[in-house]
Design a protein around this ligand. Structure first.
Ligand code: ARG
Length: 263
């Protein structure tokens, strides 16, 4: 009898120790003054790159990637939800250390903020209601009503379509809803996000007629002259070479990742 009691105590004691160790580990960045914590902005309305689960927890390819970079680089991440449209000015004002949000690297954006090396090969797509038979490509968008996300590369692209009437929205769910309601003829937005949402039954009644109209690369954005850009770049390089990038890519896209340029 005594022996059994003793064993129980031992078990409880070791469980206690285990919890203590786990507790200390999660507290590590806050109790160790050398461990940094980076504030990272994201607009979680972009399945499957960043979105919120019912319990409010952030999930997605970008979230996994950022957490993995932080792990290899040795910093903690504190995500902050921000509308996509305000992200660049927030970075410029240095109110956050970085942003990950499926942000396409463009020459225009490079004038005001910095980007990490490319971490995702992307491109734009045209989406229409399933019953629409007359929009097939860029040329058939002329003079049509098009919905886009404010401040996105899709919005820039739509501006190049002759006589198009463009409506702008804050987030993906809104411009697709406008398309379903029949207010616009097409949506121009990121191909991977759109195709993923359709495949997962989140955009019923919508189909993609042309994808990868452009070649774009996503990068992690930081303020110019950020002291963190180097470690972020080194982190991406490590994940590319040690197989973690491939694992994350396969988890979300069920496919082999394509080659990425170094810069
Ligand atoms: N790739 C596009 C851009 O950079 C759209 C990204 C939208 N991302 C988001 N989290 N809403 O303009």
């Amino acid at each position: 009898m005594k022996l059994i009691n003793f064993k129980w105590e031992q078990l409880i004691l070791s469980l206690g120790f285990l919890l203590l160790i786990i507790g200390c580990q999660s507290l590590y960045p806050t109790i160790n003054p050398d461990a940094k914590s980076l504030k990272v902005a994201t607009d979680p309305t972009f399945v499957p790159f960043e979105f919120q689960k019912a319990d409010g927890k952030l999930e997605g390819f970008d979230i996994d990637l950022m957490n993995a970079i932080a792990k290899v680089a040795g910093f903690a991440v504190q995500f902050e939800s921000l509308p996509f449209d305000g992200m660049i000015s927030t970075l410029q004002a240095k109110r956050v250390d970085a942003a990950i949000s499926g942000i396409t690297i463009t020459a225009e954006r490079r004038k005001t903020i910095a980007f990490s090396r490319p971490y995702f090969k992307a491109g734009l797509a045209i989406a229409v209601r399933e019953d629409n038979q007359n929009i097939k490509d860029f040329n058939s968008l002329k003079g049509k009503k098009i919905a886009v996300q404010i401040g996105s590369t899709g919005a820039d692209f739509a501006k190049t379509i002759p006589n198009a009437k463009i409506s702008t929205f804050n987030s993906g769910p809104e411009f697709f809803q406008d398309l379903l309601n029949g207010n616009v003829d097409a949506v121009v937005s990121d191909a991977f996000a759109t195709l993923y949402a359709i495949k997962n039954g989140k955009l019923q009644g919508i189909r993609v007629v042309a994808d990868l109209l452009t070649e774009e690369y996503y990068g992690i954005a930081t303020p110019k002259d950020s002291p963190h850009l180097d470690e972020i770049n080194r982190g991406i390089a490590t994940l590319l070479s040690n197989g973690t990038y491939k694992q994350i890519y396969q988890k979300w896209f069920n496919a082999e990742p394509p080659q990425l340029p170094d810069s």
